[in-house]
Design a protein around this ligand. Structure first.
Ligand code: AHR
Length: 524
């Protein structure tokens, strides 16, 4: 191990007084054994036409008093730009299999229904052009889900031609007449959504047939996407660990292994929400240590679920050509009191920050297979980054975790060994700390350290093999309570603070506050 060159002064931000003394957890980072690239696409977002996720959350229209650019609110765009959002999955969700793209282009938009989400009307004022403009404004790649449930292969083929053709076809000319002469790139395409459920209750075999047809006919004609930069097609994968979902993964993977020249896919999805009882969902706020532990215990099952489906994928695809795209994940709580239950509005607490970090860490540990993930959802829906109330906007604790993790985008996974320790709440015993490491393109070593323990601080001593250190900077996110939230009256109540580490006897030493997420960046 090389000696650490510079000692950073110690300054820890502490939340309140903690009676417990920090026990020591030792971590060993071995930078001589780099792993897979942590795809930036695991930090993807999901934006469905659901409740106030698009309308108000993103789209306010060009005539709104809320500052906007071509109808898209400026405050939300600025906040998302800071996250370097790699891709946004749109227009759903269940909505995608109800969506008919022609309703969302041109000067006159059809008013339709949104039967899955509150039964409200859908004005279609936010359609293809507006979504692509939004992607350009935040610098993200579009991840378009085509309608397999109630659409047709021809409808999807036409949408792809409308978006991507550089040739003067009738559809490309219609796009130009609607204000966009240049074709758009479509880097990621979802072939349906939850086709085993809201997407049409298909059997695995029926879906596999549909997947082949849509893969064949929903073609991308963009001149720069023909070679070297092809559109990545994500088929519908499993939605849990039950036997029917193993069968689903098996069927899709077998179909892929037996594929012919005429069709292909580049990934399959996995949907997994953190819910304990769908009929009696946990509250998003006003909970205590027991509910905190129950939710973290449930969310940590993501690792086993990924392993279960990766094991099936490995049998058909040992070279790991296909990605596993966890393109819906996050906490799903009871609706906020007084809200339309169909709008899936929920507050977002420090528990969600911890939950987000441990899931991102799980994805990073499976970086060789998990190359996409999309948290549900981006604004005002489920585990959101951003909440709005008309002209007001706040950033949630989950937002702050995504912002702190930006350096991990496309960094190389570095293995760590640790004895995580344990904390116990009632019948539940969970790991006390969670750590991942990575090295970015600039050679910086990145450490993410999460203290799941709601009460005890943790002193972390890290040995570094194959890494030197000139200086270290860091941030930590914690809060007075596990259920602390940001509100429109106190939007900064839960926000990151500087965290510094020291070097003692050649080890990097830092103390983590209880219920905290921290990221350290070590300069080489
Ligand atoms: O994110 C909300 C819904 O959850 C999506 O529309 C659906 O795909 C999933 O069941």
């Amino acid at each position: 191990m090389r000696h650490l060159a510079l000692i950073a002064s110690v300054m820890l931000w502490a939340v309140g007084a903690s009676a417990a003394a920090p026990d020591t957890v030792t971590v060993a980072v071995d930078a001589t054994q780099p792993g897979a690239k942590i795809s930036r696409h695991i930090f993807g977002q999901f934006a469905e036409h659901l409740g106030r996720g698009i309308y108000e959350g993103v789209w306010v229209g060009p005539d709104s008093p809320i500052p906007n650019t071509r109808g898209i609110r400026n405050d939300v765009v600025a906040a998302l730009r800071a996250l370097k959002v790699p891709n946004v999955r749109w227009p759903g969700g269940c909505f995608a299999d109800n969506y008919h793209w022609r309703n969302g282009i041109g000067p006159r938009r059809a008013v339709t229904l949104n039967p899955d989400w509150g039964g409200v009307t859908e004005p279609n004022t936010f359609g293809t052009h507006e979504f692509m403009d939004f992607m350009a404004q935040i610098g993200a790649a579009p991840f378009i889900s085509v309608n397999i449930g109630s659409g047709t292969p021809q409808e999807s083929a036409d949408w792809l031609e409308y978006m991507t053709s550089a040739q003067p076809t009738t559809l490309a000319l219609e796009r130009a007449a609607n204000g966009r002469a240049e074709p758009w790139q479509v880097p990621i395409l979802g072939l349906g959504n939850e086709s085993w459920d809201c997407g049409g209750n298909m059997t695995p075999d029926y879906y596999a047939s549909q997947m082949k047809i849509y893969s064949r006919f929903a073609r991308n004609f963009h001149p720069q996407q023909q070679e070297g930069n092809p559109m990545l097609r994500i088929a519908v994968g499993p939605g849990g660990g039950e036997p029917r979902f193993s069968e689903w993964t098996e069927t899709v993977m077998k179909a892929w292994k037996d594929r012919k020249w005429s069709w292909d896919i580049e990934g399959i999805s996995l949907h997994n929400y953190t819910v304990i009882d769908w009929d009696r969902k946990h509250a998003a706020t006003g909970f205590g240590a027991q509910e905190y532990a129950e939710i973290l215990q449930a969310t940590l099952k993501m690792d086993g679920l990924i392993k279960q489906h990766v094991a099936i994928m490995d049998r058909y695809d040992p070279q790991k050509k296909l990605a596993l795209a966890v393109d819906e994940w996050g906490a799903w709580y009871a609706p906020a009191p007084g809200s339309n239950p169909g709008f899936l509005v929920q507050q977002n607490s420090q528990r969600d920050a911890v939950l987000a970090a441990v899931n991102l860490n799980i994805f990073a540990r499976h970086a060789d297979r998990v190359r996409f993930a999309n948290i549900a959802q981006m604004v005002n829906v489920l585990q959101a980054m951003i909440l709005t109330d008309k002209e007001k906007m706040l950033l949630t604790p989950t937002y702050h975790v995504f912002r702190m993790y930006v350096p991990f985008q496309d960094a190389t996974f570095i293995p760590v060994k640790l004895d995580a320790g344990a904390w116990t709440q009632g019948q539940i015993t969970l790991p006390r700390v969670d750590v991942i490491a990575a090295r970015d393109a600039a050679g910086r070593l990145l450490l993410s350290l999460t203290n799941l323990d709601p009460v005890r601080p943790a002193r972390i001593e890290t040995s570094l093999n194959g890494a030197s250190l000139r200086s270290v900077s860091g941030e930590t996110l914690t809060a007075a309570r596990v259920d602390s939230v940001n509100t429109f009256d106190a939007p900064g109540a839960v926000s990151p603070k500087p965290l510094r580490a020291s070097v003692e006897a050649g080890r990097l030493v830092v103390t983590l506050e209880p219920r905290s997420v921290s990221v350290l960046v070590l300069q080489p």
